[in-house]
Design a protein around this ligand. Sequence first.
Ligand SMILES: Cc1cc2nc3c(=O)[nH]c(=O)nc-3n(C[C@H](O)[C@H](O)[C@H](O)COP(=O)(O)OP(=O)(O)OC[C@H]3O[C@@H](n4cnc5c(N)ncnc54)[C@H](O)[C@@H]3O)c2cc1C
Length: 457
Amino acid sequence: MQRRLFIRQSLLAIPALYVGNSLLFASCRKDDELKPGNWRGKVIVIGAGISGIYAAKQLMSLGIDVTVLEASGRTGGRIRGLEGFADFEIELGAEEVHGKRSEWYNIVNGTPGVSFNEASSEDYFYIGNVLKSESAWAGNSVLTQAKTFENTARNYSGVDKTVHEQAIAQGINPDGYEIINAYLGNEYGASNNVLSIKGITEEDQLWESGDDNYTLKSGSYTNVLKHHYADVINKVKLNHPVTQISYAGNQVTVTANGTNFVADRVIVTVPLAVLQSGTIQFSPQLPNAKRNAINKIGMGAGMKVILKFKDRFWAANTGTIIGGPKSAMYWTTGLGKSNTALLTAFVMGEKAQYLSSLGNGATNALLAELDQMYGNSAATKAFTEAHIMDWGKEQYIRGAYSYAIVGGGISQRRELAASIDNKLFFAGEATHTAGHNSTVHGALETAIRAVNEITKA
Ligand SMILES: Cc1cc2nc3c(=O)[nH]c(=O)nc-3n(C[C@H](O)[C@H](O)[C@H](O)COP(=O)(O)OP(=O)(O)OC[C@H]3O[C@@H](n4cnc5c(N)ncnc54)[C@H](O)[C@@H]3O)c2cc1C
């Protein structure tokens, strides 16, 4: 199964089945069906990203008394839109629906005012200081080798090592390293020098939601959430950062903003990096296996920098620009739906760490890179404004999304997902144990699992 996360191979092209105007609804994995049991009691959900919102919605529909505590001043977590910057809402977090065999796909597809994009485009590659389209590079050995590596990397069966170590072992031409990093390290929310090749193989072989990616032509994910989950969103207690979870007694006491909330069961959906930060105290301490798991899954820096220009200096058919040393990739945001000239730099791992350290200076670094690629100060001359979304600097997110590190793997995700004493339950993208981690549909599937566990327990 070729899992393609955030890379738009032939960007936006949608090889989907159409019936009239609507895409065919697809069935989900068997494990992702809601099969709630009869338990009824009081539940606290911590975090109002997609996993928290979806879990709360299902519990509420069962008549269960639910309180949702959200640390920040907004709902949606890593689903967030930027309004007013262009003539459409720009997705600052999740942007693509990965595959159609998921409940998330069905939800998005079933939202009034939301449609999928059908524009097609071509990828451009920056190799040896030259930028050309994929077709213009046809036969180039660096590109061919890098693409072959990417296509076979997720069939790896040797000892655990990083993607970069494997590229060296296979004698990959260093001119292709940036391309491989864009395809793998960056795609998985990291860099090749920390991403486990065994880990991505393991995840990929479990991936079941399908290989096609869908972006929105109209509507936004925020609208999808508002349309389906207004009842949950309206009852979320915003600005309630949870600092303590005490689960020694029959019930669980959750402390947020100096107030104690008491429930029979709690679902923790906060991002992995929040658990890693130790800003939530558990009493008693989490079991050793759980604490080890928290540290054996990676989550690091990740940014989107949205760059607006007076006009396009790139070729009209451009989808993705891959291989720059500063930004692993840029994509032409709004292609197929807007005339605003926008590029999004999608940067993860060590490149994001570096750009993040520059603060607002990240914009100039990216413009300089684009100037170098296109020549004649094209980017600087056309630039009007930028919006930097630095997920690592978000106090209650602290990074992009989880990824496999050497020595980690799905077994660690299982430990992370395991409930404790029938009182503490864990959901959120990092707790997905069947390869859909790091995605919206995966996060939603963990909510289904947690609701099934809670109501059966
Ligand atoms: C730049 C970027 C691009 C992405 N692109 C895609 C994509 O194209 N397709 C895709 O499928 N996925 C994508 N993802 C991943 C996807 O966004 C996430 O996997 C998913 O949204 C995670 O949902 P979640 O509910 O697990 O976590 P979150 O959405 O992070 O929700 C967790 C919530 O917990 C809250 N919280 C944290 N600490 C506390 C506390 N102490 N007390 C109370 N609340 C707390 C947070 O504020 C947050 O609202 C992308 C992510 C990023 C960052």
